[in-house]
Design a protein around this ligand. Structure first.
Ligand code: S3P
Length: 175
């Protein structure tokens, strides 16, 4: 099995599901946001503030290029905006099997209502912003995904079971 990559909107559970999936599959896990923070020695909000979103998106592309050169058989969780750039979509597909954790806006709003770590959701009316961003990004997520998992109203265990089952089928059909 090559790498497994989790994509999806902020609050879709990529990091937690990635960590737990890596335990189950006994594989190493890498989170691209954490990788960028470590390489730049700075938090994501600091990066946005100091250098702006464009620089952060460049770093995201570089992080995928770096992983393409360095990892195999890993679980990789990504930042919610990773598939926005067409170039990243191609790189993500090259990196391995891409799983889109699809989530409804209401679920995200509920989960992120007290969050202060996502610079893009700061300011007035985060609900409207979330709905608009989701609508804009969903086609990019869908285009990148090999597998789509709906995560609303499901426990982590249920989601993990579903991922394992679908991955099994994916392996069969791919061989
Ligand atoms: C972003 C999502 C964040 C982080 C950055 C930008 C986005 O990651 O990469 O704040 O554009 O959706 P999470 O999806 O892990 O919150």
């Amino acid at each position: 099995m090559s790498n497994i990559i989790l994509i999806g909107f902020m609050g879709s559970g990529k990091t937690t599901i990635g960590r737990r999936l890596s335990y189950r599959l006994k594989q190493t896990m890498t989170d691209t946001d954490k990788l960028i923070e470590k390489q730049q020695n700075m938090t994501i909000p600091e990066l946005f503030e100091l250098y702006g979103e464009k620089k952060f998106r460049d770093l995201e592309t570089q992080s995928i290029e770096y992983l393409l050169r360095t990892v195999k058989n890993e679980v990789i969780s990504t930042g919610g905006g990773m598939p926005i750039r067409p170039e990243n979509r191609t790189l993500l597909k090259e990196l391995g099997c891409v799983i889109f954790l699809r989530v409804r806006p209401e679920t995200i709003i509920e989960r992120l209502k007290n969050d202060t770590t996502r610079p893009l959701l700061r300011g007035e009316n985060p609900e409207i912003k979330i709905a608009a961003m989701l609508q804009e990004r969903n086609p990019a997520y869908l285009e990148t995904a090999d597998i789509v998992i709906d995560v609303d109203d499901k426990s982590f265990e249920m989601i993990l079971d579903e991922i394992e089952e679908v991955l099994g089928q994916y392996e069969i059909t791919r061989n």
